[in-house]
Design a protein around this ligand. Structure first.
Ligand SMILES: Nc1nc2c(ncn2[C@@H]2O[C@H](COP(=O)(O)OP(=O)(O)OP(=O)(O)O)[C@@H](O)[C@H]2O)c(=O)[nH]1
Ligand SMILES: [Mg+2]
Length: 597
């Protein structure tokens, strides 16, 4: 079949094959309507939406200033750089250039997958890659100093088809970059490393090799592509094909097209095949039951009894005591505890590091620098915790799904635990140290007090020996004691400030644990609800099919002998229609990439 062999036709955005898929779904929809199964119809309608909106989100991220916006502009020609540095820029296809600011959705509104909770800028351009359904999301540069941003980027990833991780050729990957890459990889398996600004740094090949080594050491296997956005942009404006190839931008576009777009298409097709199988299995249940009863009226009663048992089993699936409900309930409780424990554990590590740091010297002198370091460490911990919660949630979804395998096929629903960025918003940053202002003046005053006491004491003693109160001895003693008080005071000031700094860190951590804990409990409850709703729907569909099969068999038992042959032919036809649709669906996916289900 042509869709299997022709690489262009395999591309889901190719209108020819999209039409083939929608036509297939529509044919099946007619059969569900005829069988009076609106529940299965809804299932197909959702599949159709996925097929006709094959938007593939590619998130472009990296540390601040590495050239993310320039890259998106060089690829698409959309005016990305001019649109600001704080909101994500979403570049999608349009017949003519446009730029538009979209405010953040209000609380409670249905969040659009992949858009995130923040305001965003939307730009459009008539570009080939975008025309294939790719949407590029340029994110504001994440950096260790900015707590919320990296989290906001992470929240986009579960809905993303791929990530372009941008780092310029000025230096090798840093530790925070590798840590960020690890987190990214867990939320989105397709990552491409882009090394930018190779026109500016002649040593880029060396940097690329070094980055490769860092990735290998971190156990990360991702392709690395060197390029120059500046050269790419000039080449695009002047339609200079040679310069374009030298810039490396077309090579990246090719990689995205063949690897990311192609893979996403295969995933989509596999999902369609599963949907078609699922729906046709359900429709076939009643038809097969009816056919059995028609073909062999002598076993009619036995068949009806067997179908009743099946119905009861399906009915049990919907009850609270069903095995999967218990697995889900217990799993969600365990998950909440585990996620909270993980957060506390990570933050305890940060507190220990912070305290050790505080004890090395007077924290007042470097309080701001310390504050941003601490912000960065907290952000990293919260993000790691988010990644853990997400991966564990998926694992739980799969565990629950296996309970259905015996009874029927069920896809695992997508779980989008977005909005990490906003988790940290209510948390205040590190508060200032009260005693920080007690500077040199106050210390001078207290040492004067010390030296005054010294003068008086020694002066009185020497006075007894017949000398004046202020004499060289008493002055000497005054100076000595004054200096001593100065140093003593400085020491106690430092330790007081250290204690104060530790208390401030502890209070900040309490605040973080409270806010993040509250948010993550809410998220996990949402995830649990999504899972329960999804599987309840599946259970209801199963019950409905069992019910139809049971009734069909009962009715077939009562059918008059002379109508029997005619009805058998009808049922045969309906079953053969279903079989044909399944065969056509299976042909949508190249055999080698067919998911084992
Ligand atoms: N020479 C050269 N300069 C580049 C290249 N890509 C980006 N730049 C420059 O690097 C600077 C940062 O580029 P941006 O594209 O704004 O970087 P960004 O990663 O989007 O930065 P933020 O969003 O602010 O974090 C700009 O001055 C660009 O002109 C490149 O390929 N070559
Ligand atoms: Mg930018």
């Amino acid at each position: 079949m042509s869709v299997m062999t022709d690489p262009a036709a395999r591309n889901g955005t190719d209108t020819g094959s999209t039409t083939a898929i929608t036509e297939l779904l529509d044919r099946l929809r007619l059969l569900t309507d005829a069988a009076n199964r609106p529940d299965l119809g809804t299932h197909l309608a959702q599949a159709r939406i996925r097929v006709t909106d094959p938007r593939l989100r590619i998130v472009v991220t990296g540390q601040a200033g590495q050239g993310m916006s320039s890259l998106v502009e060089a690829i698409t020609g959309a005016p990305v750089i001019a649109t600001g540095k704080t909101a994500p820029v979403v570049a999608s296809y349009s017949d003519s250039d446009f730029v538009r600011l979209v405010p953040a959705p209000t609380a409670g509104a249905e969040p659009e997958a992949g858009a995130g909770p923040v305001p965003r800028v939307e730009v459009g351009a008539p570009n080939d890659l975008l025309a294939e359904g790719v949407v590029l999301i340029d994110t504001p540069g994440a950096s260790g100093l900015d707590t919320g941003r990296a989290g906001a980027v992470l929240s986009l990833l579960p809905a993303a088809g791929a990530v372009l991780f941008v780092s310029d050729a000025s230096q090798e990957y840093t530790e925070p970059e590798i840590a960020f890459l690890r987190q990214i990889r867990q939320l989105c398996p397709t990552v491409i490393g882009v090394i930018t600004k190779i026109d500016l740094y002649p040593r880029w090949a060396y940097i690329q090799r070094a980055n490769r080594t860092h990735l290998t050491n971190a156990g990360l296997d991702i392709p690395l592509l060197p390029l120059s956005a500046t050269m790419g942009e000039i080449a695009r404006r002047n339609s200079d094909a040679e310069l374009a190839v030298e810039s490396g931008v077309p090579q990246l576009v090719d990689l995205v097209r063949h690897r990311v777009v192609g893979d996403a298409d295969i995933v989509l097709r596999n999902a369609v095949v599963n949907d078609v199988r699922f729906v046709s299995d359900h429709l076939a249940m009643a038809l097969n039951a009816e056919l059995d009863a028609l073909n062999d009226p002598s076993c009619g009663a036995e068949l009806v009894a067997r179908l009743r048992d099946a119905w009861e089993a399906a009915d049990r699936l919907r009850q609270r005591t069903a095995n999967w409900q218990v697995v889900l309930g217990d799993g969600a409780t365990e998950l909440t505890v585990e996620v909270e424990h993980d957060l506390r554990h990570r933050l305890r590590g940060v507190v220990r590091e912070a305290e050790a740091d505080i004890m090395t010297s007077d924290p007042a002198k470097r309080w701001e620098e310390f504050g941003s370091w601490l912000d960065g460490r907290i952000a990293e911990s919260v993000q790691d915790n988010f990644v853990l919660a997400h991966t564990r949630c998926r694992a739980l979804a799969e565990k629950v799904a296996t309970r259905f395998v015996a009874e029927g096929r069920s896809a695992v629903p997508e779980l989008y635990l977005d909005h990490t960025g906003s988790i940290l918003d209510p948390v205040q940053s590190l508060e200032p140290l009260d005693s920080r202002k007690t500077g040199i003046v106050q210390r001078a005053i207290s040492s004067v007090r010390g030296s005054y006491g010294g003068v008086l004491m020694v002066g009185l003693m020497t006075g007894l020996a017949g000398l004046a109160l202020v004499n060289p001895y008493s002055i000497g003693a005054g100076v000595l004691l004054g200096a001593n008080t100065f140093w003593e005071d400085r020491k106690s000031q430092t330790s007081r400030r250290q204690a104060e700094a530790k208390a401030a860190v502890a209070r900040l951590m309490d605040d973080v644990i409270f806010q993040v804990g509250k948010e993550s409990k809410y998220r996990l409850r949402e995830a649990q609800r999504t899972l329960r709703d999804h599987f309840t729907t599946v259970a209801t569909e199963m019950l409905r099919s069992a019910d139809d099969a049971w009734r069909a068999a009962q009715e077939a038992n009562q059918i008059h002998t002379e109508h029997r042959a005619g009805r058998i032919a009808e049922v045969h036809n309906a079953l053969s229609d279903l079989r044909q649709l399944r065969v056509r669906a299976a042909a949508l996916v190249p055999a080698r990439t067919m998911e084992v289900t």
